[in-house]
Design a protein around this ligand. Structure first.
Ligand SMILES: [Fe+2]
Ligand SMILES: [Fe+2]
Length: 139
């Protein structure tokens, strides 16, 4: 049997319980799997295309999430948005390095999933915990 490309998936601990956010996080994982597939085919230009798509999807998601955090009056919204911006910069650096052949294929999808998306979701859990606590306090 063919092993097929590596497939990343959100684990239960990565779910926020906010339908739209979870759907967008899932879409991001789908793009990471396209990056993984292109990496397995050793197709740098396809990896780059998907990486740039990932960047655009991530930027759109961050915009939505920052609006949502504004509606909630989340006190750490600015710090959260700053982390979003840093994540976009890190992703652009990876794409630029791949375009300049500074890095090789093989660990890019894994880095996008475990390092970038993993940290992004860990940060999201902070505002979800804050929101739960606020709702509890309001009774
Ligand atoms: Fe976030
Ligand atoms: Fe998010």
């Amino acid at each position: 049997m063919d092993r097929g490309p590596a497939m990343y998936a959100l684990t239960p601990s990565m779910l926020t319980g906010v339908t739209q956010l979870d759907a967008e996080h899932q879409d991001l994982v789908t793009v990471i799997n396209r990056i993984a597939g292109a990496e397995e085919r050793h197709d740098s230009s396809e990896v780059l295309t998907h990486l740039r798509h990932f960047r655009d999807e991530l930027a759109g998601h961050f915009r939505h999430e920052e609006e949502y955090l504004g509606l909630l009056s989340y006190p750490a919204r600015d710090a959260h948005a700053k982390h979003h911006a840093e994540t976009i910069s890190a992703l652009e650096r990876i794409a630029d390095e791949l375009a300049d052949s500074v890095i090789d294929l093989g660990g890019i999808a894994a880095e996008c999933f475990y390092e970038l998306l993993g940290t992004v979701l860990t940060m999201d859990m902070r505002f979800l915990d804050w929101h739960q606590e606020k709702k509890r306090a309001a009774g």
